[in-house]
Every structure is written in structure tokens, then in C-alpha cells.
Design a protein around this ligand. Structure first.
Ligand code: C2E
Ligand code: MG
Ligand code: MG
Ligand code: MG
Length: 285
């Protein structure tokens, strides 16, 4: 790097920072508007069970179309929402919408779960348990039909508080999954004591399963770990039949990914539900 480059690099850096903050501010303003107007949408991605060969759940994924900004993907605004605290009202609206959808399915005789992503900030909020209880009462969704997805990083903050929240969720009867499993920074020891029902293998390990031997070793180990500890396991980001075949050989329980279906907008759900095998309450064992 030549000396002359110094100042211009610095200049670019300042401009980038400036740009970053303006962007944050704009996002924050527009997010506030969306919260007020309740304009967030949820799309639902099916979770397919290998054993019953049926759809056993849907993960709710937030979608935000802003008049000025256009479509903003969750990875681009969830962090801002977490930093500004806006994730709390957003999370409440998501939970509300997802549970209402879950109750619709339940009323239509389906025996499926609705998965809701909960950010660490939301999970640690003192009102979190109360809002879960209240939403279940309000919507009438049976607790075991709700699947709360948290990431391992939730456990980095305060282990005791986290354990306490998880135990309360378990006492209510909701299903608990660890999202993006294998990418977090926490040690495995929490699995000994935390009441977790399912591990979700992160898609980064699934994408190149056919060619990458390290990914194969990791995925095989996660499946064994889950089963040895009495948990279910689902693979995320399944895009190819090669990945699918490997997962089936290793007795992975469930899969979610573009190979089976993309996340589905609510207006297209009725058609999907008639054209696919979906677990019904009458088929309960
Ligand atoms: P996630 O919970 O791990 O969700 C999986 C992401 O992978 C989703 O992206 C989904 O659309 C995408 N995906 C599913 N199947 C495939 C596939 O086969 N190939 C590829 N390439 N991608 C696939 P999305 O919807 O953009 O969400 C990204 C992340 O944003 C989510 O990761 C989650 O961490 C967060 N998020 C989404 N909705 C919510 C929400 O309501 N609340 C919170 N707190 N976070 C959310
Ligand atoms: Mg998720
Ligand atoms: Mg994930
Ligand atoms: Mg993710």
C-alpha cells in the first residue's frame, strides 16, 4: 500500500461509515412505520418428515416490503431491529401472526407445528414468557403446536436466566429447536441440561454434502448426537437430491429446503395444503 493511498482510503472509510449510519437511520424510521401499520408478512416453509413422508410443520419467515426501500431481506434488518430494540414489537407481531396461522391449521384438522424465530434480545426480554402465554391464550393454539427456534448464541449471555426461560417454555409445553446448529460459539455442554427437542443443522453444512467430506463428518455427528440424546434433527437448506440422499442414509428425521419447497406466501398455502401430504390429526398415533 503506497503512502498516497492513505488519505483516500481514510476518506472512503468515513464515507462508508456515514453511509452506514444514514442507512441505519432510514431503516429504523421505515421499520417504525411498518410496526405501526403492522405490514410485516410471514411466509411459511414446509418441514418434511422422512418417516411419515408428510409435512409436519412450517417455519414462519418474516417478509418486509417497504414502499421506498422495496423488499428488504430479514438478514438486512433484523440486526438493526435488535440494536434499536424494535425487535421486541416486531417479534410480538410475528408470534401473533404465526400462532393465528397455526390455529387455522389446527382448526382445519392438521397436526402440524408452526416454527417461530426468536432473537436473543427477544428471548431475554423480561416479558417474553408472558407474551408467549398470552398469545397462546388469545389465539387458542395448543402450546405443543408452537415451535420456538433459538440460536446457540442465546446461551452466551446469561446461562441461568436462559435456563430459566427454557424451563418455563417447557412447562407451558412449547417445542424448542436450536437453529443454525453448529455455527454458534457456545459449548456443547448446555445440551446436557437444556430441555431441547430438536437440532436444526445449519445450511452451510448441508449445501455441499456430496463433495465435502468434512461437512459429511459434521452432519453425521450432529445426527448421532441428537439421536443419542433423544432429540430430533432437521436439515436446513436442502437444495439437491445428493444432499437428500446423504441425509436419508444417515437417518436424519426431517428436512427443509428449496428441493422440497421455498417459503410459501400465505395466499398460496391452501393450494399447497391440498396438493401435498400433510399430517392430519386423525392420523395421530
Ligand atoms: P433461519 O431461521 O436459519 O432461516 C432459514 C433461511 O434459509 C431463510 O432465509 C430461508 O428462506 C432460507 N432457506 C430455506 N431453504 C433454503 C435453501 O434450500 N437454500 C437456501 N439458499 N436458502 C434456504 P430468510 O427468510 O431470508 O431468513 C434469514 C434469517 O433471518 C433466518 O435464518 C432467521 O435467522 C432470520 N429471521 C427470519 N424471520 C425472522 C423472524 O420472524 N424473527 C427473527 N428474529 N428472525 C427472523
Ligand atoms: Mg429459523
Ligand atoms: Mg437456520
Ligand atoms: Mg440463519
Amino acid at each position: 500500500v503506497s503512502k498516497e493511498k492513505g488519505p483516500s482510503t481514510y476518506h472512503v472509510y468515513i464515507e462508508e461509515m456515514h453511509c452506514h449510519y444514514t442507512k441505519q437511520l432510514t431503516l429504523e424510521k421505515r421499520l417504525n412505520k411498518a410496526i405501526e401499520e403492522k405490514s410485516f408478512q410471514l411466509h411459511y416453509q414446509p418441514q418434511y418428515d422422512f418417516y411419515s413422508q408428510q409435512v409436519v410443520g412450517f417455519e414462519a419467515l418474516i417478509r418486509w416490503f417497504d414502499e421506498d426501500l422495496g423488499y428488504v431481506p430479514p438478514d438486512q434488518f433484523i440486526t438493526v431491529a435488535e440494536e434499536t430494540g424494535l425487535i421486541i414489537p416486531i417479534g410480538r407481531q410475528v408470534l401473533d401472526q404465526a400462532c393465528q396461522k397455526g390455529k387455522d391449521w389446527y382448526d382445519n384438522g392438521l397436526n402440524i407445528r408452526v416454527g417461530v424465530n426468536v432473537s436473543p434480545v427477544q428471548f431475554q426480554h423480561p416479558d417474553f414468557i408472558q407474551s408467549v402465554k398470552w398469545t397462546l391464550v388469545k389465539t387458542g393454539l395448543p402450546a405443543e403446536r408452537l415451535d420456538i427456534e433459538i440460536t446457540e448464541n442465546v446461551l452466551l449471555y446469561n446461562k441461568e436466566a436462559c435456563m430459566n426461560t427454557l424451563e418455563q417454555l417447557k412447562a407451558i409445553g412449547v417445542h424448542i429447536s436450536i437453529d443454525d446448529f453448529g455455527t454458534g460459539f457456545s459449548s456443547l455442554s448446555y445440551l446436557r441440561t437444556f430441555p431441547v427437542d430438536m437440532l436444526k443443522i445449519d445450511q452451510s453444512f448441508v449445501r455441499e454434502l456430496k463433495r465435502n467430506h468434512n461437512d459429511q463428518a459434521i452432519v453425521t455427528s450432529i445426527i448421532q448426537l441428537a439421536h443419542n440424546m433423544g432429540m430430533k434433527v432437521i436439515a436446513e437448506g436442502v437444495e439437491t437430491s445428493d444432499s437428500l440422499n446423504f441425509l436419508m442414509d444417515q437417518h436424519c428425521d426431517q428436512m427443509q429446503g428449496y428441493l422440497y419447497s421455498r417459503p410459501i406466501p400465505p395466499e398460496q398455502l391452501p393450494l399447497f395444503l391440498t396438493e401435498n401430504r400433510v399430517m392430519h390429526r386423525s392420523s395421530e398415533t
